[in-house]
Design a protein around this ligand. Structure first.
Ligand SMILES: [Zn+2]
Length: 145
């Protein structure tokens, strides 16, 4: 998992439509990585069966990467099983396939996908891009394709 010039994307679907996700997947050629503890919620279109139906192999639920609490010692967000989760993730990203970490939370600061992305940035050097985003601002060069 140490590619250079690799970007990990994240997407919080609350307040966004399935169309936003769909267009991001299409634009990036990405695979959705669902990192919710339970891939179900009030919004049916974002439930696992619907997502599997719509995106096929481009949708994968990696339960091991779901939120599992906060470390008592260091205050860091912990995921269920980072080793297994990272291995599963690595098997998808190995050929350079972009991934979109999917969670519900609208606010990135309150979501563990932020911590997970940061961890991937620290350990693998991956760039981070939170979706959906308004049209690329200057500086967001990697959004331009
Ligand atoms: Zn979240």
């Amino acid at each position: 998992m140490d590619q250079v010039d690799y970007t990990v994307y994240t997407f919080g679907f609350d307040g966004n439509s399935i169309k936003d996700l769909e267009s991001a997947v299409r634009r990036l050629g990405a695979t959705i990585i669902d990192i919710r503890m339970e891939p179900y919620g009030p919004s049916k279109v974002f439930n696992r069966p619907q997502l599997q139906n719509q995106f096929g192999a481009r949708y994968v639920w990696i339960k091991e990467l779901s939120w599992d609490g906060i470390c008592q010692d260091c205050g860091r967000v912990e995921v269920k099983d980072i080793d297994l989760g990272a291995r599963k993730l690595g098997s998808i990203t190995a050929d350079g396939t972009p991934v979109i970490l999917l969670c519900a939370c609208e606010n990135i600061d309150e979501c563990h996908r932020n911590d997970l992305a940061k961890q991937l940035n620290e350990e693998c050097g991956w760039k981070i891009c939170h979706l959906p985003q308004p049209v690329a601002k200057s500086g967001d060069l990697f959004l331009d394709n």
